[in-house]
Design a protein around this ligand. Sequence first.
Ligand SMILES: Cc1ncc(COP(=O)(O)O)c(C=O)c1O
Length: 406
Amino acid sequence: MSKELFAADVKANPETWPYAPHVLTLGSSIIREILKISSKPGVISFAGGYPGPEMFPTEEMKKAASEMIDEYKSTALQYSLSMGINQLREAIAARETSLGSPTRMENIIVTSGSQQGIDVCARTFLDPGDYIITESPTYVGALQAFNFYQARYAMVDMDRDGMLVDQVEDAIKKYHPKMIYTVSNFQNPTGITMSEERRRALVDVALKHNIPIIDDNPYGELRYAGKDVPSMKSIGGDIVISLGTFSKILAPGLRIAWMNASDKVLPIFERVKQSGDLHTNTFTQFMVYAFLKSGRLEGHIQKLIKGYGEKRNVMLREMEKNFPAELTWTKPDGGLFLWVDMPKRISGSKMLPLAIEEKVVYVYGAPFYPDGRCDNNMRLNFSHATPDTIVEGIKRLGNVIKKFMA
Ligand SMILES: Cc1ncc(COP(=O)(O)O)c(C=O)c1O
């Protein structure tokens, strides 16, 4: 290469590099595309799964950060163990135990978001073409992660008590799935919580066939109404790999989450994670640990429960007032989302441009189904907007739906 040439003048053809074919088939996330629209001025967004920005404990985090740097000094800036820093693993294990699942530090690996926990499960269990049992609909980010490994899906229908576990055994016999993926608490996207009876039945069938259940549980602590249901982990023990995260109960930008699994599988997860990112961000692990140690988290969660519970009530009340009678929707006892069913002839994706014109956005149903089988739905988030904005946004959305249905 001539010394006279600047790097900017060197032209190659990245378009024709020998990409792995399956990478080229990956779709971009429709939700991320919709979120780009959400950031335009005047647009009211019910699309993302974002916590309310007013809820972040910024002052307390500032304090935790400075206390942490004073106490741990350069250790907080150093490389650290792939399993996560021991102080945080211990603190997470103690919280899991207090929430009903007896857990030791040896059961916990810290991950970069529970999205990485999903990815680690996929990398650990899946060969191209393998099946996974999922709820129908299910979390779109899990589908994105599983799609990367060319997974196939045995989808199980849901009702208001969660996954129809009766369908699971047939699906196991037919598809020999590598794992069962569920969001058992206040599911994303529907807000539905699996009943205790179904949880016990799912554990029974998983144990009978020795198939791990991945219980993705970012919302379990955000309950605004109704009675607690025992967690999948507390019922299923070692057959359950549970994924927890500080994203929704503290701050998603920290990217601190965990997997709680049998100590027999943890060393495998450790190697799989290590090959991907060596370890989770040491600095934010120490920050979360300092926040936990100071005892500030529990009060913060109570504040979230109050704030999000109110927002949920406002959204449900305004939907009742503004949405046509032909529509039905879930009334979740917790979490961040509710799910709207529209008449079959109404396409949520075709209605979206009209909603964008009226400056309100939502996510339509299709991306939550691996085969896009259903489009007459909307997922609405109630944690991000303020109560006043929810009132205005639901009014706009009600008008859009009425116009579109006319
Ligand atoms: C069900 C579910 N799993 C995982 C995630 C990802 O969370 P994290 O920020 O911990 O990666 C989300 C985020 O919305 C989610 O809803």
